[in-house]
Design a protein around this ligand. Structure first.
Ligand code: MG
Length: 237
């Protein structure tokens, strides 16, 4: 898990180096794939449920599952969520980060800051004896305190031999409810937050997911392991 997660984190760092106006999301995806394969790992998103890319690259209002495309060219002021993972030795890593392309609006800066804070507040609750609802509520309450929409339709998940395993890790819920957390659980915690409204829809390509409000949206994710000493982030370089 550690190795797969470290490569996943490095892949995100690679993506970050290419966040500049004029580049296509297809080119960024190609760099991510090249990097992951150079380590001997496999881009675990590629072909999963038929997804064509090595990473999901989601620009501005696109929340998640953006398909890398030669037609999507980044420009100054965009926010770009990259979600990617690597599989090696029979285990998986999964992580996401929303990047800024050059200078972005204050509104976008705040959305990114708060969504990332939601991630760390959720991770902080990933402790032995807590319940899933403690993670979920930490994410939800922070996002909603800024009036943002917390997406219900997509959730975090367990990670291990498969990229997506039980249990679900919702970004909404009540403290003290849900699955009891135990040492050794490996979870992908991934707040998906809309500037306006919680509803999302999937576009006709079957993947691209956007808020029905059409607002900006952000997504941050780490794979963590719960230990008796607290949560440990595995997707760290
Ligand atoms: Mg995930």
């Amino acid at each position: 898990m550690s190795e797969a997660c470290k490569i996943s984190a490095e892949a995100l760092k690679v993506a970050g180096k290419f966040m500049q106006p004029g580049i296509s999301t297809w080119e960024i995806d190609a760099e991510i794939e090249k990097f992951i394969r150079s380590t001997g790992a496999r881009p675990n998103f590629k072909g999963l449920y038929g997804f064509p890319g090595s990473a999901c690259i989601s620009v501005n209002e696109v929340l998640i599952h953006g398909i890398p495309s030669k037609k999507i060219i980044l420009k100054e002021g965009d926010i770009v969520s990259v979600d990617t993972g690597a599989a090696i030795g029979g285990f998986n890593g999964d992580n996401a980060y929303t990047f800024a392309v050059g200078a972005i609006s204050e509104e976008a800066q705040k959305l990114l800051k708060v969504t990332e804070e939601c991630l760390y507040r959720g991770i902080e609750q990933a402790r032995v004896g807590n319940r899933m609802g403690d993670i979920s509520n930490a994410v939800q309450s922070h996002a909603e305190s800024f009036g943002y929409g917390v997406v219900r339709k997509f959730v975090g998940h367990g990670v291990g031999r498969d990229l997506h395993e039980d249990p679900e890790v919702p970004n909404f819920g009540r403290p003290g409810r849900g699955v009891r957390l135990a040492a050794g659980m490996t979870l992908a915690i991934e707040p998906m937050i809309n500037l306006k409204g919680a509803d999302v829809k999937v576009l006709s390509d079957g993947w691209t997911t956007v808020p029905t409000s059409g607002s900006l949206s952000a997504h941050f994710e780490h794979t963590i392991v719960i230990t008796t000493d607290g949560p440990k982030i595995l997707t760290k370089v």
